[in-house]
Design a protein around this ligand. Structure first.
Ligand SMILES: Cc1cc2nc3c(=O)[nH]c(=O)nc-3n(C[C@H](O)[C@H](O)[C@H](O)COP(=O)(O)OP(=O)(O)OC[C@H]3O[C@@H](n4cnc5c(N)ncnc54)[C@H](O)[C@@H]3O)c2cc1C
Length: 290
């Protein structure tokens, strides 16, 4: 199907873009890589009257690491650029782990990291990564700047705390903790498909496990942390028994829905599988990261 008619705007500055968002509000959509927005319009699941193409805005395509190790990814950083970034691999390794799972090469060549987060598909990897790492979303409008924690950002299916007049200008990943490994494990029908169930995982180990994050995608209408399972790991040795116990808690606490791809029971089973795999992989990578 052809995309319905719309007015196309291509601002040359951030101020101009924010002015367009202020004026057109609910009737406008930001166009970044177009890898989710354009299919949605072609399928008539959305009919914005105005598209605001941010592709020419200066200064938003950079990946920076500040003096403390915080990684800042601008709104125009494409998945492929992030995937090849040694700064991200060294300082935000969970992002690097997730990116090869995002669609296919063609999609990652156009799609943006911030676009994935703003789109907030509950089966997408990067929103779960943002939640696992306590990332901060920087939202700008003509009224000013807001810093939104990942735990407050994802509000519902494809719904975020971004207002219609706001642009997500960057996402900030906190400094990577010492002695911490990362892994993303997912099950999908074919490589590149959205996951039926997946988890973005970090684990920190000194003499024993000191912290863990288990952030699930494909499990609910938003990415979701399995906090009870995370807490069960703290103070234990990073071994199969601890990972099995965490997986059992995940399977009894997550409440995934059913759809054409998988029943709720199958998804719960997969949640246990990816939990065990991700915890073991993340543990094996401690020391190889940061
Ligand atoms: C066949 C196929 C398979 C895919 N598989 C996966 C997958 O396995 N995992 C996965 O995570 N994704 C997958 N995707 C989605 C893909 O990753 C998209 O690129 C991504 O979700 C959106 O990034 P984008 O830059 O293309 O955003 P766009 O499509 O341009 O925008 C998406 C939405 O976010 C908003 N938006 C974008 N940028 C901003 C911003 N800076 N500020 C405010 N709002 C903004 C837009 O207005 C729109 O509502 C797939 C897509 C396709 C077509």
């Amino acid at each position: 199907m052809k995309i319905p008619a719309f007015s196309y705007h291509r601002p040359e500055s951030l101020d101009e873009a924010l002015g367009l968002l202020r004026d057109h509000g609910d009737d406008a959509k930001v166009l970044a890589g177009g890898q989710s927005l354009l299919p949605i319009m072609a399928l008539r699941l959305g009919r914005p009257e105005h598209l605001i193409d941010i592709g020419r805005l200066p200064g938003l395509a950079s990946i920076t690491v500040d003096g403390r190790g915080k990684v800042i990814i601008g709104a125009l950083v494409r998945h492929a650029a992030a995937e090849g970034s040694t700064d991200i691999a060294g300082h935000a390794p969970l992002v690097s782990e997730a990116l090869p799972h995002v669609g296919h090469t063609a999609i990652r060549t156009r799609g943006t990291v911030c676009g994935s987060i703003a789109h907030a598909d509950p089966a997408a990897e990067l929103p779960a990564v943002a939640l696992a790492t306590d990332a901060i979303m920087v939202a700008e409008s003509s009224d000013g700047v807001r810093h939104i924690r990942a735990s407050d950002f994802f509000e519902g299916y494809l719904q975020t705390a971004l207002r219609p007049d706001e642009l997500l200008t960057e996402v900030r990943f906190p400094p990577w903790p010492d002695n911490t490994g990362a892994a993303v494990s997912e099950v999908s029908r074919r490589h590149g498909d959205f996951a039926m169930m997946g988890v973005a995982c970090t684990i920190s180990v000194a003499d024993e496990i000191t912290a863990a994050a288990l952030s699930f995608f494909g499990a609910d209408s938003i990415p979701i942390r399995a906090t009870e399972a995370e807490q069960s790991l703290v103070g234990r040795q990073p071994d199969g028994d601890a990972f099995d116990d965490a997986a059992k808690i995940v399977m009894s606490t997550l409440q995934p829905g059913a759809d054409l791809h998988a029943s709720a029971a199958h998804r719960r089973h997969l949640a246990g599988v990816v939990t065990r795999r991700a915890l073991a992989e993340a543990t094996s990578r401690i020391g190889a990261m940061a």
